[in-house]
Design a protein around this ligand. Structure first.
Ligand SMILES: CC(C)(COP(=O)(O)OP(=O)(O)OC[C@H]1O[C@@H](n2cnc3c(N)ncnc32)[C@H](O)[C@@H]1OP(=O)(O)O)[C@@H](O)C(=O)NCCC(=O)NCCS
Length: 273
């Protein structure tokens, strides 16, 4: 069962809790034993494809490759991207194998969506879920997760990130380099917690929200879905859905676009043709 919508924390939790049988192949790709979560059968070979080949995809690849010394049964097949100039190039030694439409022709067991824009990543996640794709959850070996943390499908947690006890991270989330998510937080699906952002205890981040680089959200704050927190902001009161806030303390930008701008590379959604 895959849930992709859901803006309230209870729904996010359920979307993770309805994971299939514990030994199902490969919902989680990380260093075995790092947390109490089900890691799947670590002996089974898992071939991972990364969708997208831009900057974010590269960091995803680095996280997957960092797992290889500890997990011989993992293989990074390469990338798919609709930019024809990238096809046949290599990134971190791995090939860009074709366009996104080639997904069905390339052998793989799981995908990770290496696209930074939240709305584009959400659309891919929904579409691929409908097609029955399995998502790898990638946790860099130098990320630190409390033992009871729950992390959803297709979520990536990068180096130096810390997720503290009692926290729930939804599906298809980016928990970026060196950010911290303190105890009992709930981070909605398709969100992005940018590098160096800090969430205090019991913060709720709605679905699709962009928590900008170096921002700070004090404890007990709720941020509505699809909001944007500007880089360096200090959020000291709740943020309504679809709002952009910036500054210290954070204030609304009255006439701003409600979404991050998609990377032009992300607009070529040939997968949906
Ligand atoms: C918040 C943000 C999305 C707004 O972008 P935008 O809609 O293009 O806004 P603009 O650049 O037109 O700025 C609008 C106003 O807000 C101010 N502003 C924008 N971002 C700000 C920020 N982070 N902090 C304080 N003020 C900010 C601008 O100075 C400008 O003020 P003015 O109207 O008085 O001149 C963007 O500035 C931002 O902070 N992005 C974070 C990026 C990030 O974290 N990247 C990491 C990726 S891993």
């Amino acid at each position: 069962m895959i849930s992709t919508g859901g803006v309230d924390a209870r729904f996010i939790y359920l979307s993770i809790a309805t994971r299939k049988r514990p030994n199902d192949p490969f919902l989680l790709v990380h260093e075995a034993g790092q947390t109490d979560q089900t890691v799947g059968d670590v002996r089974k070979m898992v071939r991972v494809l990364i969708l997208g080949a831009g900057g974010h995809a590269r960091v995803v690849a680095d996280a997957v490759l960092s797992l290889l010394p500890k997990r011989e049964s993992l293989e990074l097949m390469g990338f798919l991207d609709d930019d024809p100039e990238l096809v046949q190039k290599r990134i971190l030694g791995k090939p860009v194998l074709g366009s996104l439409a080639d997904l069905r022709n390339i052998p793989h067991d799981a995908v990770v969506i290496g696209i930074g824009d939240n709305e584009t990543r959400r659309r891919f996640f929904v579409k691929l879920s409908d097609q029955g794709e399995e998502f790898a959850t990638v946790i860099h070996p130098r990320a630190t997760l409390a033992r009871d943390t729950i992390v959803g499908r297709g979520t990536v947690v990068f180096a130096g990130a810390i997720v503290n006890t009692g926290s729930l991270i939804g599906n298809n989330v980016i928990v970026n380099t060196g950010c911290t998510v303190d105890h009992n937080c709930k981070v909605g699906s398709h969100s992005h917690v940018c590098p160096g952002a800090h969430l205090g205890g019991t913060v709720v981040v709605g679905e699709g929200t962009f928590v900008g680089i170096g921002s700070t959200i004090i404890n007990n704050i709720t941020i509505g879905e699809w909001s944007i927190i500007g880089g360096g902001a200090a959020v000291i009161k709740d943020v309504l859905p679809n709002n952009t806030v910036v500054g210290v303390p954070a204030r609304e930008l009255p006439t701003r676009p409600l979404r991050t701008k998609p990377d032009t590379r992300d607009s070529g959604l040939s997968l949906f043709d």
